[in-house]
Design a protein around this ligand. Structure first.
Ligand SMILES: N[C@@H](CCC(=O)N[C@@H](CS)C(=O)NCC(=O)O)C(=O)O
Length: 217
């Protein structure tokens, strides 16, 4: 289906789960308005709108970024936003049939259900900037929990290097953006070479690098 963008708006900053959507939107190369809603703890300027302000709660009553408005459709939840964008505007990055759509959904749910909480613990532990963060019981437990999902990912990626349809798709964006939180757990990446190769390849993409700069800037 040929799709045209009608007032596509992405709410949220790169230093949040909105990065997932900013990366995909950049890959898709479609025009959109970026509305920089911030987390309350990231508010630095008086005129910045936060995810808990009334005007944003009208878009996402959960008070969390990201959210997407596409014409008269509002979607929150970062993974759902990317699945929607992939299906509607994705071309080869989106599903070619129902089977692929199911697999992209499967990998996205898998990443949030099986990996995200542990990956975020790794992220927070590594951000503590202590030399021996990998030795803390919390970080070690999180890495241990991630071992089984990394093994699943290893098997899947060792076949074609991608998750769905032997090509880079929205499934790779969604899963890589969760694995991103665990990127400093070097032991996992050393143990699972196909995961390490895939993660290095997808995060070397120019559009990922672009949103990383937005995140850091
Ligand atoms: N499951 C949601 C989580 C969204 C979420 O927790 N967003 C954080 C930023 S990464 C947020 O808005 N935090 C601010 C708050 O909760 O006040 C998604 O993937 O979109």
């Amino acid at each position: 289906m040929a799709a045209t963008t009608t007032g596509l708006k992405l709410y949220g900053i790169a230093r949040s789960r909105a990065m997932r959507n900013l990366w995909l939107l950049a890959e898709l190369g479609i025009p959109f308005e970026h509305v920089k809603i911030v987390q309350t703890y990231n508010k630095t300027l008086p005129d910045e709108v936060t995810s808990r302000d009334t005007e944003f709660l009208a878009i996402n009553p959960n008070g969390r970024i990201p959210a997407l408005i596409d014409g008269d459709v509002t979607i929150w939840e970062s993974m759902a936003i990317n699945l929607y964008l992939g299906r509607k505007y994705g071309g080869p990055l989106g599903p070619v049939d129902l089977g692929e759509e199911g697999q992209m959904t499967m990998w996205s749910f898998w990443a949030t259900n099986e990996c995200e909480a542990y990956a975020i613990t790794v992220h927070e532990s590594s951000m503590a900037k202590s030399e021996d963060w990998q030795q803390t019981p919390k970080a070690q437990a999180a890495v241990e929990h991630l071992d089984a999902p990394f093994s699943v990912l290893e098997t899947a990626l060792s076949k074609t290097g991608y998750l769905v349809g032997s090509r880079f798709t929205v499934a790779d964006v969604n899963v890589a953006m969760v694995i991103f939180y665990a990127r400093n757990a070097s032991a996992l990446f050393e143990r699972y070479p196909s995961v390490a190769r895939w993660y290095a390849a997808v995060t070397a993409r120019p559009h990922f690098q672009l949103v990383m700069k937005m995140r850091e800037g």
